[in-house]
Design a protein around this ligand. Structure first.
Ligand code: ADP
Length: 505
C-alpha cells in the first residue's frame, strides 16, 4: 500500500492508535510533548522541534522546556507569532525565512497550556486540509492529557512540599525534650515523637489521665492543662500535660504534650523545707527562750534572797517555775512528736476505751487552766461510746483543741466558753470542740493544719505557740483513718471537728 492510497479515515486510525500507544506511559509534561511529536512523525517529516510552556508571569509568556539543537528561529519574530497562534488556539503552518513550521497550540479553555513547534522538512504544499484536521484532533487530545499530567505534577509537587513539611515538623518535634503525641477520636495515637516512642512505659494512671484530657479536648474543642503526681512504681513523678485540638489527616484530633516536671517540684519542695527549717529555728528558739529566762530569773531571785522572801511569795515564784517547766516539757514533747512523725516512726497503740469518759476526765483536768483565763469549759454529756484507738494520742488531740480554744479566746467577750460534744454516726464518732474565741480567717482554715503555721495577727501573736499542735493532731487523726477540719468566723468563734471510726482496724 503506497502513501497516496491511504484514506483519511485510515490515516486517522493510524494516528489515533499511535497517539494512544505513545500517551500510554506518560508521566510528565515533557513525556506528553514527546508522545505528541512521535505521533506527528506519522504525518510530517520532522527536522527540528521545540516545546514551550505558557507562563503568565514571564515577560515573553513562554518558556522553552526542550528544543532540538538545530532549531534556528529569530526570537523577536518568533514570540509574537507564537503568542498569536496560542491565543487563536488553532494549529497552523507558517513559513519563517526559508523554513516551514507547524505550530500546535495546547490549551483547554480557558486555560493556555503550551505550544509545540515543529520545523518541517517537507514542503508546505504536501500538507492537506485533512492533515490540519488531524492536527486539531491531536491538539484537543494532547491538551486533555497535558492538563491531567500537569495537575498530577502539581499534586505531586504539593505532596512533596507536604512531605517536606511533615519531615521538617517531625524533626522539630523529635528534637524536643517533651513527649508529644497526636490522638484520634478512638483515643489511639496517630503520631508519636521520638521521645514519646522511646520513653519508658507510662503508667496506666498517666495513660488514663491523658485519655480523659483528650476526650475533654475533643468535646469542648478547648485546650486543657493539668499537673499531676503519678505514684505508680512506688515513686513520685510529677507530670504536666497540655492538650490542644488539631486538624490532622482530615480529622479532628488532639495534640498532647507531656512533660516530666519532677525536678522543678523537687526544687520547690527543698525550698519549702529550707523555709520551714528557718521558721522552725526562729519559732523554737523564741518559744524555748521565754520559759528558760523565766525559770532562770525566778530561781536566781530565790537563791539570792531566800531569807527575805515570805512563804506566799516563795510559793508563787515556785509555782511560776513549775508552770514554765511544764510549758517547756510540753514544747519538748511536741518537738519529739514532730520529729517522730517526720521520720515516720510514729506508731499507734490501740486499745478499746470509752471516748465519752475520756472527754469528761479531760474537762475536769483542764478546768483550772480554763478558769485562770476566764473561760468556761462545758461538756455535753452523751451515752458511752467505745472506740478502738490510741487513747493517749486521742487525749493529746483533744487537749490540744481544748487548750487552743482557751488560748485563743476573745478577751473582749464577757462570757467565754469552750464546749466539747460528741456525735455518733453510723461507723464513726465525731468529736466537736467549739469556742466563741477570736476565730480564723476563711482562707487560712486549711493552712492552720500545716506545720509551723500560725495566723499572723496581733491577737495570735499575744499567745505563745509553735504552730505544731494542729499538724500533730492532723497526723494522729489521719493515722486513725479519721478526718479533721474547722468551721470558723473571725470574731465569732471556731468549731473544730474530728472523726474516728468506731470499729478501728
Ligand atoms: P500554736 O497554737 O502552737 O500556734 P497550733 O498548730 O495548735 O499551734 O495552731 C495553729 C494556729 O491556728 C494558731 O497559731 C492559731 O493562729 C490558729 N488557731 C488554732 N486554734 C484556734 C482557735 N480555737 N481559735 C482561733 N485560732 C486558732
Amino acid at each position: 500500500m503506497t502513501e497516496k492510497t491511504i484514506s483519511y479515515s485510515e490515516k486517522l486510525l493510524i494516528v489515533m492508535s499511535s497517539f494512544t500507544k505513545n500517551m500510554m506511559s506518560v508521566k510528565t509534561s515533557l513525556d506528553v510533548y514527546n508522545a505528541l511529536l512521535k505521533t506527528l512523525n506519522n504525518l510530517v517529516e520532522i527536522k527540528n522541534f521545540a516545546y514551550l510552556r505558557y507562563n503568565e508571569t514571564l515577560e515573553n509568556k513562554l518558556e522553552f522546556i526542550s528544543l532540538s539543537d538545530d532549531l534556528s528561529i529569530d526570537e523577536n519574530e518568533f514570540y509574537d507569532l507564537a503568542l498569536w497562534i496560542i491565543k487563536r488556539g488553532l494549529p497552523g503552518i507558517q513559513s519563517i525565512g526559508k523554513s516551514n513550521f507547524l505550530f500546535i497550540p495546547l490549551n483547554k479553555n480557558p486555560k493556555i497550556l503550551g505550544l509545540l513547534v515543529v520545523e518541517l522538512s517537507n514542503s508546505v504544499d504536501s500538507i492537506r486540509q485533512e492533515d490540519i484536521d488531524i492536527f486539531n484532533f491531536l491538539k484537543f487530545q494532547t491538551s486533555m492529557v497535558l492538563e491531567s499530567v500537569s495537575l498530577y505534577e502539581q499534586l505531586q509537587k504539593k505532596n512533596e512540599i507536604l512531605e517536606n513539611l511533615y519531615e521538617y515538623m517531625q524533626t522539630i518535634l523529635d528534637s524536643m525534650d517533651y513527649e508529644i503525641a497526636v490522638y484520634d477520636k478512638g483515643l489511639k495515637t496517630t503520631f508519636e515523637n521520638k521521645k514519646f516512642k522511646t520513653s519508658q512505659k507510662l503508667s496506666e494512671e498517666v495513660v488514663n489521665t491523658i485519655k480523659k484530657l483528650v476526650s475533654k479536648t475533643l468535646e469542648t474543642s478547648e485546650s486543657q492543662i493539668l499537673e499531676f503526681e503519678d505514684l505508680a512504681d512506688g515513686k513520685s513523678v510529677f507530670y504536666s500535660i497540655t492538650t490542644f485540638p488539631v486538624y490532622f489527616n482530615f480529622q479532628d484530633q488532639v495534640m498532647v504534650i507531656l512533660r516530666d516536671i519532677t525536678s522543678s517540684h523537687e526544687l520547690d519542695r527543698l525550698r519549702k523545707i529550707d523555709e520551714m527549717k528557718n521558721q522552725f529555728i526562729a519559732t523554737i528558739s523564741h518559744e524555748l527562750k521565754t520559759p528558760i529566762a523565766a525559770i532562770k530569773a525566778y530561781s536566781e531571785t530565790i537563791i539570792d534572797s531566800i531569807d527575805e522572801l515570805d512563804s506566799e511569795t516563795l510559793s508563787s515564784f515556785l509555782k511560776t517555775i513549775l508552770e514554765q517547766s511544764e510549758h517547756l516539757e510540753q514544747l519538748v514533747s511536741e518537738l519529739t512528736d514532730f520529729s517522730k512523725m517526720e521520720s515516720e516512726m510514729f506508731e499507734l497503740n490501740k486499745e478499746e476505751f470509752d471516748i465519752t469518759k475520756l472527754c469528761k476526765d479531760l474537762i475536769v483536768s483542764l478546768q483550772e487552766f480554763a478558769s485562770s483565763r476566764g473561760v468556761e469549759l462545758i461538756f455535753e454529756e452523751t451515752q458511752p461510746v467505745t472506740v478502738e484507738a490510741d487513747k493517749n494520742r486521742i487525749r493529746q488531740v483533744l487537749t490540744n483543741l481544748i487548750e487552743n480554744g482557751i488560748k485563743y479566746s476573745d478577751k473582749n467577750k464577757n462570757k467565754r466558753f469552750v464546749k466539747v460534744s460528741l456525735e455518733r454516726n453510723e461507723n464513726e464518732i465525731t468529736v466537736i470542740v467549739e469556742d466563741n474565741g477570736i476565730g480564723i480567717p476563711e482562707d487560712l482554715k486549711e493552712k492552720i493544719f500545716e506545720r509551723f503555721f500560725r495566723v499572723n495577727s496581733y491577737l495570735t501573736n499575744e499567745v505563745s505557740g509553735t504552730g505544731l499542735g494542729l499538724a500533730i493532731c492532723k497526723t494522729i487523726v489521719e493515722k486513725h483513718a479519721g478526718r479533721i477540719w474547722v468551721e470558723s468566723k473571725p470574731n465569732d468563734g471556731s468549731k473544730f471537728f474530728f472523726t474516728i471510726p468506731v470499729r478501728g482496724d
